[in-house]
Design a protein around this ligand. Structure first.
Ligand code: ASP
Length: 410
């Protein structure tokens, strides 16, 4: 019997960690970090290769099946309500926990090197929002800019439904065909996930020493605790109460995608797996998933939003700043904005911290305090980001009256 993909990935994760530890003990970590890691690079490149054509064809074929403007408006309203509500719930969970635990109060930490270009990011957020409307749709696709590509694809798909026949039918069939081909290609790449995960994890573990965790243990536990509450309590409650969906079945259906998000620290790179898992294992339609997932991978980041809030307040605590209620409110709002603006790539959230620190007047160098443990937190928050997108897709599919869902409670 063939081993299920998520088991294969779990075994790969485990073996990757073992190899990294062995390489450190045996002094051959350079082989793992420099040579073996090529397998991970190949896997990530292959995933990135399919992202733009997959997003374009899936959105266009999905939107043409949504049909009229009324359906389109209803789906958009549901999707955005879900994104904003869950992101705010996540931020509030982080806010409560970081105020209760106060991991930064009295902590003595050394600043590590600060990532460059922080100030540039503060100014760039406005541009990113405006940049959603592409000047040249083909150029943004070629450059792999996700938000403007989504924007154009949504409009293009919508106006196909307004075109007269035979063009409407021809174009609908054409994009449906491209989408089917892209899914087949994606499945082929997904077969190699265990190999990619093995190499990526081995490299990450070999690069990181455990000693950096000790001074930041309180901060890490606060972020991890809040992420756990959001992933294992808040989102499952929404699944069960609004969608009558079994959180456990949903978790099983999405496990390969969640493990890949964990290993790659990138919602965008995981998107091909998220889409195929939600459609094949959870049984949601392409009509809903193509609307909720690509957008979600870029703008709905519950894990990142939560982390931004905890990290900003932690930095304030370390510097001995007492944030007023109004300032904490600004942290909540800017954490939401930063999570929307963060790209679905590794460490995007860390770079976006600059926006929040700037908004409440904290020194940008504060980012240097949390740098050492960002990698592991990035893995966890990316999994939560993908989990929230998946839960949203299932809930919206259920409220749209879909009958094919395989994750409903008995
Ligand atoms: N790595 C995260 C993601 O791709 C973004 C972040 O850095 O928070 O979802």
């Amino acid at each position: 019997m063939k081993l299920k993909l998520h088991w294969q990935i779990l075994i790969a994760l485990f073996l990757g960690i073992l190899l990294a530890l062995a390489s450190k003990a045996g002094g051959f970590e350079n082989f793992v970090i420099e040579d073996l890691s090529i397998l991970g690079v190949i896997f990530l490149r292959a995933l990135r290769m399919v992202i733009v054509p997959l997003i374009v064809s899936s959105i266009i074929s999905g939107v043409t099946s949504i049909g009229n403007a009324e359906n389109f408006g209803r789906m958009s309203a549901k999707t955005f309500t879900y994104y904003v509500t869950t992101s705010l719930l996540a931020i509030l969970t982080g806010l409560v926990l970081v105020n209760l635990i106060q991991p930064g109060v009295g902590a003595h930490l050394n600043l590590q090197t600060v990532p460059g270009n922080l100030q540039a990011n503060v100014e760039k957020l406005g541009d990113t929002l405006l940049g959603i409307i592409p000047l040249n749709p083909l150029a943004v696709m070629v450059e792999g800019k996700i938000l403007p590509t989504i924007f154009f694809s949504l409009l293009f798909g919508f106006f196909i439904t307004k075109a007269p026949d035979p063009y409407r039918q021809q174009l609908t069939d054409f994009f449906q065909g491209v989408f089917e081909v892209m899914m087949k290609l994606t499945h082929f790449i997904i077969l190699f996930t265990p190999v990619g995960v093995f190499a990526i994890i081995a490299q990450k573990v070999a690069q990181t020493g455990l000693d950096v965790f000790i001074p930041l243990a309180g901060y890490m536990l606060t972020v991890i605790g809040a992420l756990a509450i959001h992933a294992f309590i808040t989102l499952p409650l929404l699944l069960a109460l609004i969608g009558r969906i079994s959180p456990l079945k949903m978790f099983k259906a999405m496990s390969a995608a969640l493990l890949t998000a964990f290993s790659t620290s990138s919602s965008s790179a995981t998107l091909p797996l998220t889409m195929s898992s939600i459609e094949e294992n959870a049984g949601a339609s392409n009509r809903v998933s193509s609307f909720v997932l690509p957008l979600g991978a870029t703008i709905n980041m519950d894990g990142t939003a939560l982390y931004e809030c905890v990290a900003a307040i932690f930095i304030a605590q370390v510097y001995g700043f007492d944030l007023s209620f109004a300032q904490q409110f600004i942290v909540v709002l800017t954490a939401l904005l930063a999570s929307i603006g963060a790209a679905g790539i590794p460490m995007a959230g860390l770079v976006m911290m600059a926006i929040i620190l700037n908004a409440v007047g904290l020194p940008l160098e504060g980012v240097g305090l949390i740098l050492a443990v960002d990698r592991i937190l990035d893995m966890l928050r990316t999994s939560v980001n993908v989990w929230s997108d998946s839960c949203g897709t299932a809930i919206i599919a259920k409220t749209e009256g879909e009958t094919g869902l395989k994750v409903l409670r008995q």
